[in-house]
Design a protein around this ligand. Structure first.
Ligand code: NAD
Length: 494
């Protein structure tokens, strides 16, 4: 596996730690030391050996000349033992890793730790799978025959991930890719390379301890050029892409063009429907965290709130009060619910969305400010915001990765479902109701058209046992639980 190291100069090279972390390096030295990240000379390519130096060079194919994968043959339950060891190594490093996620991505510490915990959970799940991935025996019409269905590894799984889950998305993919017998080549977001370095170092140690080629979990850091190469390369047998719909549309076409397999996990535009018969306090609490958590930068963040007209005023009153108590600030500080946006560009998006709401005839109910004074001076801080809009307004049709929740009213459940389904994306959705008839309509063929269809819990988050992903322009991919593991396999019929 990866026996031949790349001969060309590689992209994906970190000659030094990013400025963001340099400024906090000394303050959080313990985190970096524990995770083996140095102040300088972190190498950004791992193909069994750490390599790469100098600046990131654009338009160089990091995958050319690499023999990417030959499958390591190992009984499947034994793979499970290796995954268990990886899990234990992550548990040992849970706190520093969670802190690194908070530092580099900007989400609050409990969410950073929670994200690493998701990786731990999926490793436990994959350990279970290692004893349960069964094929089928199928009755044959031919006398004296039976048919078998077998699931074999494909080779190399390429994982291209987004900035907002710099650990968990790779965890979900790599755990399933490894238990099904594949090698993994990861290209993380260019803005969260340190999380990727730290995780890869931990996996490297575990693989070495088990006398396995550490290149089974390879890494190449870098930007679009690296992603383009990985997408186009035939040796990436499965390309699991998590990111925006805009990029995913191109990635999907390229992978299809070479008849590779893709798993696309793209943007969402998630709605909560609030019925007049619901527990309104329960709904208000759920909505607050789903819309404000991770500063609105989850693919499952609630972006649209569709409220029965008879309870709209009382719900909005509760929400405005709750929004007023949200603490915005340093994601490592206690009590902070909303950290900074990941980039300055997102602050511009926030402002543009609010301008468009006003231009298109909506109003801002609370929030709406960019914070620039005092402790906020150098960061990307905004106040979580509620707007009032009409369902036909263009501005609510697209995903904006900021903490703005658009609220609107409806009269009948059919109307609410039509609004929920009336956008191009189809990731997550939720209804708050105490009426079982509403619940069953919502989850049935005439209900929500999303991949995740919740009842009395918010749109955000995921539990690893279920298949995670969405329909329409969310890409149709499913990861994590249920039978998602089959996507990392070649199905054989005997
Ligand atoms: P992005 O699309 O800008 O980037 C995602 C990744 O794609 C990055 O690693 C980037 O370097 C790479 N990339 C960019 N151009 C490429 C190209 N032409 N070919 C191949 N790779 C390329 O997304 P982002 O801003 O990092 O993340 C936010 C988006 O991700 C949101 O839309 C969010 O909804 C989505 N997301 C979806 C899920 C899900 O499970 N559905 C989960 C997390 C994030």
């Amino acid at each position: 596996l990866l026996s031949q190291r790349p001969r060309v100069a590689r992209s994906g090279v970190l000659g030094r730690i990013s400025a963001r972390c340099l400024s906090t390096f000394d303050k959080h030295h313990d985190v970096f030391e524990t995770l083996g990240i140095q102040k300088t000379n972190n190498k950004g390519v791992f193909d069994g050996e750490w390599s790469g130096s100098g600046p990131i060079v654009p338009s160089i194919n990091p995958v050319n000349n690499q023999v990417i994968a030959e499958v390591v043959t190992m009984p499947i339950p034994k793979r499970g033992h290796v995954l268990l060891a990886m899990r234990d190594a992550l548990v040992k490093n849970l706190q520093p890793l969670g802190k690194l996620v908070a530092l580099e991505m900007g989400k609050i510490l409990p969410e950073g730790v929670g994200e690493v915990q998701e990786y731990i959970d999926i490793l436990e799940y994959a350990l279970g799978l290692s004893r349960m991935m069964q094929g089928a025996i199928i009755p044959s019409e031919r006398p004296g025959h039976i048919m078998l269905e077998t699931w074999n590894p494909l080779g190399t799984v390429g994982v291209i991930s987004a900035f907002n889950f710099p650990v968990a998305v790779y965890g979900w993919n790599s755990a399933l890719a490894l238990v099904t017998g594949n090698g993994v080549l990861w290209k993380p977001s260019p803005t969260t390379p340190l999380c990727a370095l730290a995780i890869t170092r931990i996996l490297e140690q575990t693989l070495r301890q088990h006398n396995l080629p550490p290149a089974l979990c390879s890494l190449v850091t870098g930007g679009t050029d690296v992603g383009v190469s990985l997408t186009a390369d035939k040796r990436t047998h499965v390309l699991s892409f998590t990111g925006s719909t805009q990029v995913g549309r191109e990635v999907g076409k390229v992978v299809q063009g070479r008849f590779g397999k893709s798993i696309l996990e793209l943007g969402g535009n998630n709605a909560i429907v609030v019925m007049d018969d619901c527990d309104i306090d329960l709904a208000a609490r759920a909505i607050l965290f789903a819309a404000v958590g991770t500063a609105g930068q989850r693919c499952t963040t609630t972006r649209r709130l569709i409220v029965h007209e008879s309870v709209y005023d009382s719900l909005i009153e509760r929400l405005i009060k709750a929004y007023g108590q949200v603490k915005v600030g340093d994601p490592l500080d206690d009590g902070v619910l909303c950290g900074p946006l990941h980039t300055e560009a997102a602050v511009s998006t926030y402002k543009q969305v609010l301008d468009s709401v006003i231009k298109q005839g909506g109003e801002v109910l609370c929030g709406g400010q960019v914070l620039t004074e005092g402790e906020f001076e150098h960061g990307n801080f905004v106040v979580p915001t509620l707007t009032k809009v009409r369902p036909d307004m263009d501005i609510i049709k697209n995903e904006a990765f900021v903490p703005i929740l658009h609220t609107m009213t409806f009269k009948t459940l059919d109307e609410a479902i039509a609004i929920n389904n009336g956008v191009a994306q189809g990731l997550s959705s939720s209804i708050f109701t105490t009426n079982p008839a509403n619940m069953f309509k919502w989850i049935g063929p005439k209900g929500s058209d999303c991949g995740i269809i919740n009842v009395n819990i918010p749109t955000n988050g995921a539990e690893i046992g279920g298949a995670f992903g969405g329909e329409k322009e969310t890409g149709g991919g499913r990861e994590s639980g249920s039978d998602s593991w089959k996507q990392y396999c070649r199905r054989g019929t005997w």
